[in-house]
Design a protein around this ligand. Sequence first.
Ligand SMILES: Nc1ncnc2c1ncn2[C@@H]1O[C@H](COP(=O)(O)OP(=O)(O)OP(=O)(O)O)[C@@H](O)[C@H]1O
Length: 716
Amino acid sequence: LQVNAEESGDDLANPPKVEEKLGAVPHGLSTDSEVAQREAESISRKTLRSSAEKFEFQAEVSRLMDIIINSLYSNKDIFLRELISNASDALDKIRFLSLTDKEVLGEGDTAKLEIQIKLDKEKKILSIRDRGIGMTKEDLIKNLGTIAKSGTSAFVEKMQSGGDLNLIGQFGVGFYSVYLVADYVEVISKHNDDKQYVWESKADGAFAISEDTWNEPLGRGTEIRLHLRDEAKEYLEEDKLKDLVKKYSEFINFPIYLWTTKEVDVEVPADEEESSEEEESTPEAKEDEDTEEDEEKKPKTKTIKETTSEWELLNDVKAVWLRSPKEVTDEEYSKFYHSLAKDFGDEKPMSWSHFTAEGDVEFKALLFVPPKAPHDLYESYYNNNKSNLKLYVRRVFISDEFDDLLPKYLNFLKGIVDSDTLPLNVSREMLQQHSSLKTIKKKLIRKALDMIRKIAEEDPDEYSNKDKTDEEKSEMAEKKGQYAKFWNEFGKSIKLGIIEDATNRNRLAKLLRFESTKSDGKLASLDEYISRMKPGQKDIFYITGSSKEQLEKSPFLERLTKKNYEVIFFTDPVDEYLMQYLMDYEDKKFQNVSKEGLKLGKDSNKQAYMRGKRVLEINPRHPIIKELRDKVAQDNESEGLKQTARLVYQTALMESGFNLPDPKEFASSIYRSVQKSLDLSPDATVEEEDEAEDQPDSEEKSSKDEAEPSYDKDEL
Ligand SMILES: Nc1ncnc2c1ncn2[C@@H]1O[C@H](COP(=O)(O)OP(=O)(O)OP(=O)(O)O)[C@@H](O)[C@H]1O
């Protein structure tokens, strides 16, 4: 596991001395005196290099740096994992580019995808170097100072209200944590498309950039040099760094080496006097000696202490997800989650699912439910298709921003997917179109929903556990309250799922929790509601409003509670919308108790029907009607008509307050009337849709409604 510095030929291994540099300036651009001056300037740390181009940090970044440099935060260790994580990201990027263009890797040492850490005790410098993608001059200016990311102000706000600095990585500003331990930082970087540059800053509002004409050429990649503060001397200890890498960066997928120096015993030839004495012995005496037993022979060597240096590998790069789940301990899963999610809080993930999918599309996946929702979970929800899963193809990292690997509502999950089926040597765009992705997505959703269901099943507080014995419950004590916690953090995502994912609507509805008139201040599920339904009760009753307190005063509610019906309180703004999609559950329809229709089932249905019909027929400018007309006018072939029928169906549902007795039939009748008005062929009707077959016409349906009231009039 150890690499000799001489063999590796690394310049970190043999830092050039100033005298050497003066003799042969690597890039040949500076005079000797300039080099000496810059070297002196950088070491004195009084000012940034005088000849450098100066920049001001963007205001938010500057505030962030102030907070960090003045922080009394005790866990300063975190800077190392942030730098290693950045180095690993940079290596992932160049490896990805090399899939389609091998040349980008370069040759010799430059092509080695690894991370190196080196200490200079004398100058108090800690250096971390990667052979990743590197940064151009423009990248350095943008990434390290002038463009504030969305997370910058969020993090500053968090810090000002006493937040935890440990979470810095989640806000995308991890680099700046270097100022917890250093008062002066240099970033030396070389991108394939640019010259080598040095970025430097003392976190005093400004940074400087110079073309690097004095350091050794990096080939490609980035070296971060931290000039440590006096109180951060501990980071010059090899053992400290070994511990930190073990603790925080164990799961980095590239080798991390530390340049270690140690004293070792070495055998050297015994000195000349002793050997010459031996040479002088007589031939007879020599013969006698030879015939004596071997073990009595004294070695002609001696042991001395010598200082040697070598690269020591600190991590084991075997990917957790490729191991068998039986072999991975809970602690390892937990640590892997922290490193993957850059979530270094104290809490374990709520749950995980580690599985292999086999068949036409093969992949391994490891999904986690985080302990907490990230600060920006629902920010720009509708414009963001990017999942939080890292996609690998045969162990090569492809992207952590892959579109549509999971549906949006599951974007709170973290994890990795490693596929054997996807091709390696194609662009990200082509990969994005690959047919296997649909299957992967489908399987991931299933597994994710199963994992969430299990959180509930294993929670002794959950209704589903009522039939468990006390012993089983005590075994599950650790999971007590987990589902309520899940619901608190991610309940909204489940509701969005019900709205967006028709295929899994029922599965998601099982995960729904709410308070009700009978839930006793706790959360209840729909299954629990059904189990408490009164004999003869056909529907699930709910009421929507801004708070439970307000709803409890509602006269609509009173009418039902008097008769001992349970009513669900939906108080989240998204609930009203949710109930437009969740029309039934286990064959029970949902009824809003504050809608007029509740008086009589038959009236309710008929009224809703008429209301929807009126909206669609009377308002020709309704956007859906307009779209419908355009579609039908453009294309009266069956595909266009099917789409149109679907549109009408959805609109009908929406416009009628989702109380339609039979929306398909309703859609059908509206559709026919639109067709008529456009004078299209009577053959091309919605009946072409499988689902719409054998529907009676609307008149018949209305009379059927009357014959089948949903409620017993007397009961209500
Ligand atoms: N070693 C590196 N090689 C190449 N680019 C780097 C390196 N370190 C930092 N960068 C660039 O600087 C940017 C800012 O880094 P920073 O650590 O603040 O945020 P981040 O890496 O995007 O997010 P996080 O802190 O969550 O890792 C990165 O996005 C990357 O573009």
